[in-house]
Design a protein around this ligand. Structure first.
Ligand code: HEM
Ligand code: HEM
Length: 403
């Protein structure tokens, strides 16, 4: 019995579905494909998600899942790269490759480099808000949430400002393929966009190799010279990953976060009047409506979990958005509480692949919320009909009309 998965109402509000799974079927085999294959599983408990993300019996190389391997020759990246044999960033790697590549990239993408960006991020936020101040109503996604991370990551990587718009288009096409519910459409867009983007990045890498600048690509080229260096293919894959991972995710933190504040006016007022809450508020907004709703791992061997057996080759979806509302871990989980303490949300992942960009995402969100609350202390939703992107993994609004 084939059925569409996920059902469309999941995009609008996945939380009732998560609640139902977590209480009735916390280790759930999704009824897709051949019943004898290792299949696709969803985990919705906090402790199960966390344990899989730190368990070396699971691989991050989703291409090795049996359900994905069936379509190996149709995987968009393979198709777009032709004979080159695929693009694989640290996101799909296990140790020892993961440890080596992540270590080298971390040397270039340091907390200091992020902290130095503060005045620049502030200036970008100011300019974006200047453009809509006095407009009466505007779309917060289009005005701030989308352009801010796009400009910041492009500047950080060292991509010329005049190319930002093009960059945003490519990354939009790529992201729409991650978890897309319309694979065929997404694939065509994806192939074209990825091909162009990679050509573009190759050209920038070649330029920085000749004349280094004070940017992340030059810093990674510096790291390349060390022992156990990054290969050219890894450098390209990393640039691509940073670009994609740095885009829609932060957009969705600002978008989903603002929406949560607007729907909870008491919490909006609380933060507006006490900015010392900003740090815990950002964690709570991340928990409450996570920009990344799930990630995935592949069982390398049969693994027993809570009385079920996840077979070798199974694709295991760790539902971050569900884990973040597990009543075993969070008191009154459906409530937005900006002062929540001991907030062990999993929105940046957990374990070896914990988000490398978390300090940057936090910095951007902090400055964006700060400025929004200063400029628009009486901000309101301008429409009750909201549309979400057709993507159950990267959860975000198409538009957020405010006044
Ligand atoms: C259940 C969750 C996920 C599954 C099953 C999955 C699956 C895959 C697969 C099969 C590929 C290889 C595609 C190819 O070779 O053509 C891939 C690549 C990729 N995925 Fe995912 N993915 C998931 C979640 C995510 C998330 C949450 C992100 C980002 C936040 C992400 C970002 C990427 C990127 C950037 C690539 C390009 C290759 C690379 O950078 O290594 N994926 N994914
Ligand atoms: C609110 C914004 C963001 C969220 C919610 C987020 C979420 C995540 C999550 C859940 C993972 C783990 C994926 C997995 O375990 O399979 C991850 C990994 C990663 N993120 Fe983020 N991310 C955000 C922003 C960023 C930014 C701004 C950057 C970089 C500029 C970035 C770079 C990365 C990288 C490089 C990885 C891979 C780390 C690894 O594989 O070791 N992220 N992110």
């Amino acid at each position: 019995m084939a059925q569409a998965f996920p059902p469309p109402q999941l995009l609008q509000d996945p939380y009732p579905f998560y609640r139902m799974l977590r209480s009735n079927n916390p280790v759930f085999r999704v009824p897709v494909g051949d019943a004898t294959s290792p299949g696709l599983w969803i985990l919705t408990r906090h402790r199960d998600v966390q344990s899989v993300l730190k368990d070396a019996r699971f691989s991050a190389d989703r291409r090795r899942a049996s359900i994905v391997e069936q379509f190996q020759d149709r995987l968009p990246i393979n198709a777009a790269l032709g004979e080159e044999g695929g693009l694989r960033s640290m996101l799909l790697m296990d140790p020892p490759d993961h440890t080596r590549v992540r270590g080298l990239v971390s040397k270039a993408f340091t907390p200091r480099r992020v902290a130095e960006l503060r005045p620049r991020v502030e200036a970008i936020v100011t300019a974006l808000l200047d453009a809509v101040d006095g407009a009466g109503s505007f779309d917060l996604i289009d005005a701030v949430a989308a352009p801010l991370p796009a400009i910041v990551i492009a500047e950080l990587l060292g991509v010329p400002a005049e190319d930002h718009r093009q960059f945003k288009e490519w990354s939009g096409a790529l992201v729409s393929a991650i978890g897309s519910t319309n694979p065929q459409d997404a694939r065509t867009q994806f192939e074209a966009a990825l091909g162009q983007l990679l050509d573009y990045l190759r050209a920038i890498i070649a330029e920085r190799r000749k004349v280094p600048r004070d940017d992340l690509i030059s810093a990674m080229l510096g790291a390349q010279e060390e022992r156990d260096a990054l290969s050219d293919a890894e450098l390209l894959a990393t640039s691509n990953l940073l670009l994609i991972a740095g885009h829609e995710t932060t957009t969705n933190l600002i978008g989903n976060g603002t929406l949560a504040l607007l729907r909870n006016p008491d919490q909006f007022a609380r933060l507006r009047d006490d900015r010392s809450l900003l740090r815990s508020a950002i964690d709570e907004l991340l928990r409450y409506d996570s920009p990344v709703q799930a990630t995935g791992r592949v069982a390398k061997v049969d693994v027993d979990l809570d009385g079920a057996t996840l077979p070798a080759g199974a694709l295991v979806m760790t539902a971050i958005g569900a884990a973040n509302r597990d009543p075993e871990v969070f008191a009154d989980p459906e409530r937005l509480d900006l002062g929540r303490i001991d907030n062990h949300h999993l929105s940046f992942g957990f374990g070896a692949h914990f988000c490398l960009g978390a300090p940057l995402a936090r910095l951007e969100a902090e400055l964006a919320f700060h400025a929004l609350l200063d400029r628009f202390p009486n901000l309101e939703l301008a429409s009750e009909t909201l549309t979400y992107r057709a993507n159950p993994i990267l959860r975000g609004l198409v538009a957020l009309p405010v006044r």
